[in-house]
Design a protein around this ligand. Structure first.
Ligand code: ADP
Length: 373
């Protein structure tokens, strides 16, 4: 790899010194002489812009700019902006460009900044990878728009029904009043749920999710969650399939209840009818818990994405059933805080099975079967 300078004598700069000084520089660095030719191009610039130093050392910067711009999502704009920045040499001016890649996730956002050196004869360009910052910015705006949209829907409903009830020109009978109040109560619960989800998500992202682990009987916990959720649907029937002997697991029962509730609620939401099976298997140091439905399933291309926050499969049923796309991201955060794994197997049109692992609480008495469903 050639990183040295050409025209070093002409520019009077010490190639080796600069190369040593910039070897571990996290930014790409380009130096130009008074004739606008590239005299230095460090390793980081090679990596960021996929342009090897040997191909451009000694070349006029104009051609190099064209080569860099050609890799971006807006070649003409990038070329014009970079040229203008080289003329201005305003250190406060940033040129941002998106370097495209076949794999969308490998696309990078690079920010370029021009400065002067050698009594303003020479110029330099610093290339910085700002992909992470820009992704965080995009996530923040997405968060804000999702949150406001999600909060607005139940709020509008609460406001609407409260206003209706307060109208003085209409006398509502008692049954209608109760109906309206029930809706207000349900929508308030929905608001609380969204806010709780957002708080959980921010704790997970800050790595601050606290889990209070204690040896817990999974059998009882699963039964309680299933009993609570089966009241919400008449179109589904539940099968709980647990081994005769189920060791206690070391978990935060409140948090694992939340995961199970999420997965079973999804099984209800994303299948119109049919069987929902909750089962457990023992595998070495873990209990593997599964929640299976016979619903619409998840297309192959989305399987890797559904645990990402705010991700929803773009289909009719997601719109119909609502939801914020946070449930699975939170579930994954909770399971990982238990040193477990969570994954999904699904065939579109045939149903989905979500599985997660929980650590067995060692040296604990084995839980005896009471009855099986
Ligand atoms: P939400 O249900 O609030 O949209 P989740 O994070 O729980 O958010 O789920 C993310 C997405 O994964 C859902 O929007 C849905 O598209 C898909 N999904 C989750 N569970 C299932 C399931 N059991 N069957 C089919 N699709 C599912």
């Amino acid at each position: 790899m050639e990183l040295g300078l050409t025209n070093a004598d002409a520019t009077g700069i010490d190639a080796r010194l600069i190369e040593r000084a910039t070897r571990d520089l996290p930014d790409g660095l380009t130096l130009l002489d008074a004739e606008q030719r590239v005299v230095f191009w460090n390793a980081r610039a090679e990596a960021l812009l996929s342009v090897p130093a040997h191909a451009i050392l000694g070349q006029p910067i104009d051609g190099v700019i064209a080569r860099v711009a050609a890799q971006t999502s807006a070649p003409n704009t990038t070329r014009t902006q970079l040229r203008a920045a080289l003329i201005d040499r305003d250190p406060d001016r940033f040129v941002e460009m998106e370097i495209v890649a076949d794999d969308k996730d490998a696309a990078r956002i690079i920010s370029a900044r021009v400065f002067s050196w050698q009594d303003a004869d020479g110029a330099g360009i610093v290339w910085r990878d700002v992909t992470r910052e820009r992704t965080a910015d995009a996530m923040k705006s997405q968060l804000l728009s999702t949150v406001s949209h999600e909060l607005r829907t139940p709020l509008a409903s609460i406001k609407g029904f409260a206003t209706t009830l307060l109208r003085q020109d209409v006398k509502w009978d008692e049954a209608t009043q109760r109906d309206f109040l029930r809706i207000i109560e349900e929508e308030s619960d929905r608001l609380t749920e969204i806010i709780d989800n957002l708080l959980d998500m921010s704790q997970i992202e800050a790595g601050a999710l606290r889990v209070a682990k204690e040896p817990t009987q999974l059998r009882q916990l699963i039964r309680e969650v299933v009993d609570e959720l089966r009241m919400r649907t008449e179109a589904h029937y539940f099968v709980v399939d647990l081994p005769a002997e189920l060791p206690r697991v070391l978990i935060d029962p409140r948090r694992i209840r939340q995961v199970l509730t999420n997965l079973i609620s999804n099984a209800i939401k994303y299948s119109q009818k049919g069987q929902i099976t909750v089962s457990c298997e023992i595998e070495e140091e873990y209990v593997v818990v599964s929640v299976a439905d016979q619903g619409e399933g998840i297309p192959q291309e989305y399987l890797g994405k559904i645990f990402e926050r705010f991700f929803q499969v773009d289909g009719a049923s997601t719109r119909r059933v609502g939801g914020s796309g946070l449930g699975l991201a939170i579930s994954r955060g909770i399971i990982e805080a238990h040193d477990g794994k969570i994954w999904v197997e699904s065939v579109a049109g045939q149903g989905s099975t979500f599985r997660f692992t929980l650590p067995i609480a060692r040296a604990e008495p084995v839980e005896q079967e009471v009855s099986n469903e």
